[in-house]
Design a protein around this ligand. Structure first.
Ligand code: NAP
Length: 286
């Protein structure tokens, strides 16, 4: 708990940042510092490498140091839950927090914008698609998958086929979210793509330094959109293969940008825009 230190200083220099271990790879500073400059807001977004044993002390420090809040990344997304004063219902359902807002009274409020960021990223790139447009296959059952499935379900998805290498983890999410989620065995992953409107990769397979996702696309309809939570590289082997057979593809940059918007708004009071200049600034870091 934060101890309720008052922090309301709306005109003071505002600081927000990212708590993680490690954090050096993050593009979030580029995003938030771009917006701070664009909207003429005095502030800075910085990286906070926090070792797991120091997490509780770091959380107490947020209000003591009068920060506006922070993002939370691996490995702290679950561990911060008992350390905040309030948690948003969607973050509670996901079981992880990716954004903390220091309220005016100094209390800490936890949110998770990852899943909504993914869904909005797909909608920005493919405006005709809706979560209820047809069956969805989600690959993965880790933190990103939980967030994506929770948001898809909350936004009206009627059938989510959850494919994961470790079947038990997919079953856990099926039990947690209930219909429309159905766990699918790894051995049936090719068939799971029959008739889908969206295929989402929420594993780390295809990331820089990792092998490609082992998923045959033969049964994927040509009209299906393929979304990847990964944005390094910008075109994963999965997206390259999907593009080559004519599917529309969306990488994880839209997810990153769209989860950042409501966080910036909560910290600095402006709902920022995703502009071509911002996308260019991030792409320059690849
Ligand atoms: P995580 O909790 O560690 O989950 C990893 C998932 O990948 C698990 O479902 C795991 O399956 C699966 N996996 C690992 N190795 C595999 C293999 N060889 N074959 C098949 N599946 C395998 O990771 P996460 O936090 O969910 O992150 C997943 C990805 O999303 C990462 O690349 C991350 O960078 C990305 N992400 C992007 C954003 C964004 O803003 N764009 C936000 C969050 C995360 P098992 O259960 O069988 O181990």
């Amino acid at each position: 708990m934060s101890g309720g230190v008052p922090v309301a200083q709306p005109h003071a220099f505002g600081i927000a940042g990212l708590l993680g271990w490690p954090v050096a790879h993050s593009r979030s500073p580029v995003i938030h510092n771009h917006w701070l400059a664009r909207y003429g807001i005095a502030g800075r977004y910085v990286l906070f490498p926090v070792e797991p044993e120091n997490l509780a002390a770091a959380l107490r420090g947020l209000s003591v140091l009068r920060l506006r809040g922070c993002n939370v990344t691996t490995p702290h997304k679950q561990a911060v839950i008992p350390l905040v004063d309030r948690i948003d219902p969607l973050a509670q359902r996901i079981g992880a927090i990716n954004t903390i807002v220091v309220e005016a009274d100094g209390t800490l409020h936890g949110f998770n914008n990852d899943g909504n960021g993914f869904v909005q990223g797909i909608r920005d790139a493919q405006p005709q698609w809706r979560p209820d447009a047809g069956p969805i296959a989600v690959v993965g059952a880790g933190g990103a998958a939980r967030a994506i499935v929770a948001s898809l379900a909350a936004q009206g998805a009627r059938e989510i086929r959850l494919v994961n290498r470790t079947y038990e983890r997919a079953r856990e999410l099926e039990a947690l979210f209930g219909p429309p989620v159905r766990a699918v065995r790894w051995s049936e992953r090719a068939e799971a793509l029959d008739g889908v409107a969206l295929l989402a990769n929420a594993t780390d397979q295809g990331m820089v330094g990792k092998p490609a996702l082992d998923l045959p696309l033969d049964r994927l309809p040509k009209h299906a959109i393929v979304g990847d939570a990964i944005y390094t590289p910008p075109v994963t082997p999965l997206l390259a293969a999907a593009k080559a057979r004519g599917n529309a593809t969306v990488n994880g940059l839209g997810m990153l940008l769209n989860q950042a918007r409501p966080a910036f708004n909560a910290w600095f009071g402006v709902m920022p825009e995703i502009t071509p200049e911002l996308v260019k600034a991030i792409e320059a870091t690849f």
